[in-house]
Design a protein around this ligand. Structure first.
Ligand code: GKR
Ligand code: MG
Length: 424
């Protein structure tokens, strides 16, 4: 069933883009000099344009293109039909590592990740046609600004062989505190998250303690991307119990997280062991996590992510939001989703301060006091800057990066490097 409108999708454009990314360190290696994204444009026969943004690893791009080729003629209001169409195009193919997770995640199916940008673009179209913001299609904004946390990373001063970036090096507590100061001064963030899994947990605890001392009362999170054993995770939780807002994915898997959760009062959050609806029941059954980080790119779009928010509320879990390196179309979608999520209990993550280029017309999404004001114009509220889209596409064509490979890149610099998963 469909069609409360006569508009149909007439043309689909998928544009891969690349933008400069600093050498941010994590458990699987280091960010490459270029981060990839794909911009999805859905044009309709009544002259509207809907936008989506997603990962751009080459296997993911091929799947996007396969869906794009069969989409003309589709009703942008028929989201269930869109989901069936994506599932049909992808058939029984599995997701594998094809969606820019740097080797951290392996999803069992690519349907949700491929469906997501098309769903967002359809919602953008619907909302533009209605003259209402996308948040209205998700039940309406319950807040007019969305709080984000400052996302801190250990990092080198620059990519080897390239000039240093203007953030400088951050490889110890002083460097992390200086980075946090810049995040707070520049964006006004009221909470901070440190990406861990890089150094020995004792060193990362020292960095968190330095942050607690430098910014008293600011909520702090530490996320080693499952870099520690369950026993080490309990030790860290004990040491940081008084200063952590939550500990994110200290150890791999639902069982490991449940082991830790049973031995600490520090809430555990995840964007790694609960990454699909089928993981919720087993996680709830053993109280493995107290907070789920939603991510519309991964969970299958905005409506499914809103559903996830409702499920977390039902089971008494908290809700936050996960981020990967992204541009403004994604930020707009994240902001609309968060605005229309009554149960959002924590500030959202974003990598946005780390990017140096964007492809949306500036002025709509700006950080004030660590929050982004929810756009109130039609649709997502953002427009493509065609010149910038061209620049970032040209960068994609010439940069040579075709998939996110933090480990391969790190090993090209340090051949002895091994991902740190559950090493300590
Ligand atoms: O950008 O290196 C990174 C992060 O580690 C990212 O890949 C994670 O997915 O931000 C993410 C997280 O919270 O786990
Ligand atoms: Mg995480």
């Amino acid at each position: 069933m469909s069609a409360s409108t006569q508009s149909r999708i007439s043309r689909v454009v998928v544009t891969p883009v690349a933008f400069g990314d600093p050498p941010l360190l994590n458990v699987v290696g280091v960010h490459q000099p270029w981060a990839l994204r794909a911009i999805v444009e859905l044009h309709t026969d009544n002259g509207l344009l809907g936008l989506g943004e997603t990962y751009a690893d080459e296997s993911h791009l091929a799947r996007l293109e396969a869906v794009a080729s069969v989409l003309p003629g589709h009703d942008p209001y028929d989201l269930h039909g869109l989901h069936r169409l994506v599932a049909g195009v992808l058939g029984r193919e599995t997701g594998g590592a094809g969606a820019s997770f740097g080797g951290m995640l392996d999803v069992s199916s690519a349907v949700a990740t491929v469906y997501s940008p098309f769903e967002v673009a359809c919602l953008d179209l619907q909302a533009r046609e209605a003259g209402r913001p996308v948040s209205d299609l998700l039940g309406g904004a319950v807040r007019d600004r969305v709080p984000f946390s400052g996302y801190l990373f250990y990092k080198w001063a620059g990519h080897p062989g390239l000039p240093d970036d203007d953030w400088g090096e951050a490889l110890d507590p002083d460097g992390i505190v200086a980075q946090a100061k810049r995040m707070i001064d520049g964006w006004g963030f009221g909470s901070l998250k440190l990406k861990g899994g890089v150094f020995h947990p004792d060193d990362e605890c020292a960095a968190i303690e330095a942050l607690a001392e430098a910014f008293p009362g600011v909520p702090l999170r530490l996320d080693p991307n499952a870099g520690w054993t369950p026993e080490m995770s309990v030790r860290v939780a004990e040491r940081l119990a008084r200063v952590l807002e939550y500990l994110e994915d200290p150890t791999p898997g639902i069982e490991g997280m449940a082991y830790v959760a049973a031995r600490t009062d520090v809430p555990l959050a995840t964007n790694m062991c609960v990454i699909a609806f089928e993981h919720l029941a087993p996680a709830v059954a053993v109280n493995a996590v107290q907070i789920v980080l939603s991510d519309h790119h991964l969970w299958g779009g905005l409506r499914r992510s809103a559903l996830l928010g409702g499920i977390t509320e039902t089971f008494g879990m908290g809700l936050s939001m996960h981020s990967n390196s992204h541009l403004g179309v994604s930020l707009a979608a994240m902001v609309h989703l968060a605005a229309a999520s009554p149960h959002l209990t924590y500030a959202c993550d974003t990598h946005y301060p780390w990017k140096t280029q964007d492809l949306i017309v500036p002025g709509v999404l700006s950080f004030e006091g660590g929050s982004v004001v929810v756009p109130t114009g039609p649709g997502l509220g953002v427009e493509l800057d065609r010149d910038q889209l061209g620049v970032l596409h040209e960068q994609y064509l010439t940069c040579g990066v075709r998939r996110r490979e933090d480990t391969v890149y790190m090993q090209s610099i340090d051949p002895s490097f091994r991902p740190n998963t559950a090493r300590w």
